[in-house]
Design a binder for this molecule. Structure first.
Ligand SMILES: Cc1ncc(COP(=O)(O)O)c(C=O)c1O
Length: 369
């Protein structure tokens, strides 16, 4: 069999996504037991206790029933919380699932999709999967999105502009002014997808509140997730907020039951867990300062972050540093596969976890704390 004659050409050309190294894999490969994963921006405090309780209850009582396909209880609650209409919400199997649905619903072969270099790789992947053409614009100094470069790249073939705000993996934001410029200047046939997976952690007064823009701009989509601040990465639930006509398209391409029961009840309960969300956000904000203090003392450069992770520019190949940290049981994310061979990204953990990671980094670099 010649697989190249059977599989779709655009799929064969996709590069493999390299996720954060799982704890189980490190345990198998290195025989370590005490492993700290700081590679996938998960919540170091665990899962919202309210979500956990609701999931355990539902697990016992309802696992033999299919879930509701469109997660109506969750969309109703989100709509009430954000002062929007239920028809403006689309919930799926993580934001990853939402991004895949955007591809299925909107990208025709040959369509152009614009985003920046050094951003979340799913935008490039979904474009490739749909046989679209990805355009990556260069970043501004300080690893920030250059929205003017994005605007200059728009043509009549452009279908989507993906903005990641705050941006993964750099932790930087697109300011209100810059966001305003893109959304008000792109032509109406271009969807602006603003991925706000980390919005809870942002505290910069220049970080834009995008929800009010929905009313004036029917081509705006906002993406959010329960994986980070709510600690629900394992059950997979994320959502899009957009004009009802856009949501109708996404609903046409969704699987019949894309969000499992536990994800739906867990997400719903987590929305009331203000105490847990506040603690998660506080841990990330305090942890950032802890990272800056130590990195400054070690003379290592980094991007000030508006997220629950820190982007570190080592100024030397990062792979050996990643491996030396791994041997100490600390998993971080080397960014070579994303075109940044000298950079790593470290998820912010608890104070003790941050200390251990920073210590491992110092040792890997032959420095003393
Ligand atoms: C910017 C960004 N968007 C989307 C996702 C995916 O989120 P989810 O877990 O909801 O699929 C991530 C996950 O790390 C992310 O960093």
């Amino acid at each position: 069999m010649d697989i190249r004659k059977i599989a779709r050409r655009c799929v064969l050309e996709l590069s493999d996504y390299v996720p954060g190294k799982p704890i189980e894999e490190v345990r198998r490969e290195l025989g370590l037991t005490d492993i700290l994963k700081m590679a996938s921006n998960e919540n170091p405090l665990g899962t919202s206790p309210k979500a956990l309780e609701a999931m355990m209850q539902d697990l016992k009582e309802n696992t033999h029933y299919y879930p509701e396909g469109s997660a109506p209880m969750l969309t109703e609650r989100l709509a009430a919380l954000l002062g929007l209409r239920q028809e403006q919400f689309f919930v799926n199997n993580g934001e990853d699932g939402v991004i895949a649905a955007i591809g299925l619903g909107f990208i025709d072969p040959g369509d152009e999709v614009i985003t920046s270099q050094f951003t979340f790789p799913a935008y490039k992947n979904v474009t490739g999967r749909m046989d679209g053409k990805i355009i990556l614009t260069p970043m501004l100094p300080g690893y920030r999105f250059d929205v003017d470069a994005i605007l200059s790249a728009v043509t009549e073939r452009t279908k989507i502009v993906f903005l990641c705000n705050p941006n993964n993996p750099t932790g930087t934001i697109i300011s209100r002014d810059a966001f305003d410029r893109v959304i008000s200047r792109v032509p109406e046939h271009v969807l602006v997808v603003c991925d706000e997976a980390y919005y809870e952690f942002a505290e910069d007064p220049d970080y834009p509140q995008t929800i009010p823009y929905l009313e004036k701009f029917p081509n705006l989509m906002i993406l959010r997730t329960f994986s980070k601040a709510m600690g629900l990465a394992g059950v997979r639930v994320g959502y899009a907020i957009a004009h009802p006509e856009i949501i109708r398209v996404l609903n046409k391409v969704k699987d019949p039951f894309p969000v499992n029961r536990l994800a739906q009840v867990g997400a719903l309960a987590s929305l009331d867990d203000h105490e847990f969300i506040q603690r998660s956000v506080k841990a990330a904000r305090e942890g950032r300062q802890q990272f800056y203090r130590t990195l400054d003392a070690l003379g290592i450069s980094y991007c000030p972050s508006q997220t629950n992770f820190v982007f570190i520019d080592l100024g030397q190949p990062a792979q050996p540093v990643f491996e030396a940290m791994l041997r100490q049981g600390v998993i971080v994310r080397p960014l070579g596969p994303q075109g940044l061979p000298n950079a790593i990204r470290i998820t912010i953990g608890t104070r003790e976890q941050n200390e251990r990671a920073l210590q491992a980094l110092a040792i890997a670099l032959g420095k003393t704390l």
